[in-house]
Design a protein around this ligand. Structure first.
Ligand code: MG
Length: 238
């Protein structure tokens, strides 16, 4: 599968191709709502407790890869602490925690960026394999399919399945192995450290999307690097 000529774009997921309002905070809120509606807790009651303890908060540590159930079980203490600090009783908290994996991956909670599919289609059209590379939970490949990205994505690499988080070089190496990457590899993401610094540290070119750089702009920059004619012949937005 490894071929020097295989072109690959590694795409970050959250904040790049998709967004989920409130991410984990809103997941905890929505998982608890039907169980303890009277508590009236909102996503804003949880964020501080969710800013430590997940594997992506310690990317220097390489973990043993586990079953999906074991991965979720390893996050149990993070969820329990967040609920406990917000005043949720143990029994309600445990019932809500059991719902978190389903709520987190509820497809309707995720919003696809409007230029995600056009950007993926453009890089695919000039011969790039599109690979999602994300610090995520185990079931990310299912979500990618549920969001209709399947036709545009050659592989989905989630840190939960690798045992390493961006910017750890190990997850970039694994993604390139899975993609059969050659010399021409790009990373596109919104996080300066995990995506950009992580990719550059292993010798990849990286484009940070966000204010001033859309997914469309990133796709144009990648296409231009190949010398291929630019589709439509017009310049990208600035
Ligand atoms: Mg991101």
């Amino acid at each position: 599968m490894r071929n020097r000529t295989n072109r690959v774009v590694l795409w970050d997921f959250d904040g790049t191709l998709v967004s989920r309002e409130g991410l984990w905070s809103s997941t905890l809120e929505k998982a608890l709502q039907p169980i303890a509606p009277g508590l009236g807790l909102a996503a804003a009651d949880f964020p501080a407790e969710l800013s430590v303890g997940f594997p992506w908060h310690s990317p220097d540590i390489v973990r043993v890869t586990q079953s999906a159930a074991a991965w979720w079980a390893a996050q149990h203490s993070v969820f329990l602490r967040a609920y406990t600090v917000a005043g949720v009783g143990r029994e309600d908290a445990e019932r809500a925690i059991a719902e978190i994996p389903i709520e987190y991956y509820r497809p309707s909670a995720w919003n696809l960026a409007e230029d995600a599919i056009p950007a993926l289609a453009r890089t695919a059209a000039v011969g790039y394999r599109n690979v999602i590379l994300s610090n995520h939970a185990p079931e990310l490949p299912n979500l990618v399919a549920d969001l209709g990205l399947g036709p545009w994505i050659d592989a989905t690499v989630t840190s939960a399945a690798v045992g390493a988080e961006k910017p750890n070089p190990r997850i970039f190496a694994r993604a390139m192995e899975i993609a059969g990457a050659g010399e021409d590899v790009w990373m596109v993401g919104d996080n300066r450290i995990a995506d950009i610094a992580g990719a550059e540290a292993v010798g990849l070119r990286a484009i940070q999307v966000g204010p001033g750089c859309t997914l469309t702009d990133a796709a144009w920059q990648i296409i231009q690097s190949t010398g291929a004619p630019l589709p439509g012949g017009s310049a990208p937005s600035q």
